[in-house]
Design a binder for this molecule. Structure first.
Ligand SMILES: *Cc1c(COP(=O)(O)O)cnc(C)c1O
Length: 361
C-alpha cells in the first residue's frame, strides 16, 4: 500500500515533546543536577549492575527499591509505586483518571507534559491560569471555585510544587484547602521538592485523593536513568497498577536506584550548594539592567529580559544553553536558567550582562 490510514484524531493537535537539547559547553536548560553521581557511588553502582541477570525480566514492581522508599517515608510497600521516570507516572495518571468524558484541571503556565497527556487521552481540560508577575502565584480562589463547579466536575488536577518553569512552590495551606474541597485526584508534583524543602507528605494519610510524585532525575543526578515514584493510598496505587506497563522499570535502573537511594544523604551538600548558588544567581540577575527574575524555590530561575530570543541566541553563541520560553503562552519574553556549577553561573551572568549592556550602548 502506498498510503496509510490517518492516526487517531487527537494526535492532530500534538507536537512531539522537544527538550531543545543541542550541543553546548554549559547545559543550563533541563533542570538537571550539574554534577554526576560521585566516584564512590558510581563504583557501588557498577558492582550492583554486574549482579543483574540481564536474561531475566525485572521485578515488575521494583519491590526492593519500593520497600526502601516506603520505609524512608514511614509507609507500607503498597503506598508506593516506582515508574520509568516521573513522566511515566504522569502519563499513567491521565490514563487512570482521564479519558473521554473526564476533565483535567490545569494551572498554566506549568509543565507542558500535563496538557499533552490530557490531549493524548481525550481528556477535557479546564485552565485556571496562574496570576502573572511578580511571582505567578496560584489563583487559589479560582482553583477552589473550579473544583467545586457542579456543572463541570473535575476528575484530576496536577499541582507542580515548585512549579516548572515559574519557580515557586504551592502554599501548604492551599494544598490543605484544595484536598478538603474536592474528591478529585490531586497530584502534587514534587519533582523539585528537595530544593524547596517543602512537601505535602504530612497530608497523605488524611487525604485519600492525594498523590505525591517524586523523581531521581533532578536532585539525585539520575536524569539518564529514568526513575520516579509516587506515594498514595493503596486504593489509588491499585488503579495505577491497572494502566502501567508491566516491565516499565528495567532491572539495571532498579539496581542503580537502590544504590542511589541508600546513599541519598550524600547528595545533601550538593543540594545545599545549588540552593546557595540559586540565591547568588538571583541577586546577580536583579542588578542587570533590563532583567527581571521571578522568585524561585527550585534549581532554576525564570527571568524576563528585553529581546529574549536574541538574548538566548547570544548566550548560545557563548556556549551556554538556557531554555527559551520567549514565545510560550503566558511566559512571553522569558528565559529559564538552570543552576549550574559556580563557574557556569558566573559565565552565564557575565554574558547576559554583556548582552544587556550592548543593547544599551
Ligand atoms: C523533570 C520533571 C518531572 C519528572 O521527570 P522524570 O525525569 O520523568 O522523572 C516531573 N515533573 C516536573 C515538573 C519536572 O520538571
Amino acid at each position: 500500500m502506498d498510503r496509510v490510514r490517518e492516526s487517531a484524531p487527537q494526535l492532530a493537535s500534538i507536537t512531539p515533546y522537544d527538550p531543545k537539547y543541542i550541543p553546548a559547553d554549559a547545559f543550563m536548560s533541563a533542570n538537571e543536577n550539574p554534577h554526576d553521581v560521585s566516584e564512590d557511588i558510581r563504583h557501588e553502582i557498577e558492582r550492583a549492575v554486574r549482579k543483574v541477570d540481564l536474561n531475566r525480566y525485572p521485578d515488575p514492581l521494583a519491590n526492593e527499591l519500593r520497600d526502601m522508599i516506603a520505609e524512608a517515608n514511614g509507609l507500607e510497600r503498597d503506598w508506593v509505586l516506582v515508574g520509568n521516570g516521573g513522566d511515566e507516572l504522569l502519563f499513567d495518571t491521565a490514563l487512570a483518571w482521564g479519558g473521554p468524558g473526564r476533565t483535567f484541571l490545569n494551572l498554566p503556565p506549568t509543565f507542558s507534559v500535563y496538557a499533552a497527556n490530557a490531549r493524548l487521552t481525550n481528556t477535557a481540560m479546564v485552565d485556571v491560569p496562574r496570576k502573572g508577575a511578580p511571582d505567578f502565584a496560584i489563583d487559589e480562589d479560582a482553583v477552589l471555585a473550579a473544583v467545586s463547579d457542579p456543572c463541570n466536575p473535575v476528575d484530576f488536577t496536577i499541582i507542580a510544587s515548585p512549579n516548572n518553569p515559574t519557580g515557586l512552590r504551592a502554599p501548604h495551606d492551599f494544598m490543605e484547602r484544595l484536598l478538603a474541597a474536592t474528591d478529585a485526584l490531586v497530584v502534587a508534583d514534587e519533582a523539585y521538592f528537595e530544593f524547596s524543602r517543602m512537601t505535602s507528605r504530612p497530608l497523605l494519610e488524611a487525604n485519600r485523593n492525594l498523590v505525591l510524585l517524586r523523581t531521581f532525575s533532578k536532585a539525585f543526578s539520575l536524569a539518564g536513568v529514568r526513575l520516579g515514584y509516587i506515594m498514595a493510598h493503596p486504593d489509588v496505587i491499585k488503579e495505577y497498577l491497572k494502566v502501567r506497563q508491566p516491565y516499565s522499570v528495567d532491572a539495571v535502573s532498579q539496581a542503580i536506584g537502590c544504590v542511589v537511594f541508600e546513599n541519598r544523604a550524600k547528595f545533601e551538600p550538593g543540594i545545599r550548594a545549588i540552593i546557595d548558588e540559586r540565591d547568588r544567581v538571583m541577586e546577580g540577575l536583579k542588578v542587570i539592567p533590563g532583567v527581571r527574575p521571578f522568585p524561585s524555590d527550585s534549581n532554576w530561575v525564570l527571568f524576563q529580559v528585553e529581546d529574549a530570543a536574541h538574548a538566548w541566541e547570544y548566550l548560545y553563541g557563548k556556549g551556554i544553553l538556557v531554555r527559551d520560553f520567549s514565545d510560550a503562552p503566558l511566559l512571553e519574553g522569558t528565559l529559564r536558567v538552570t543552576i549550574g556549577t559556580s563557574e557556569q553561573n558566573d559565565a552565564f551572568l557575565a554574558n547576559l550582562r554583556d548582552f544587556c549592556m550592548r543593547k544599551r550602548d
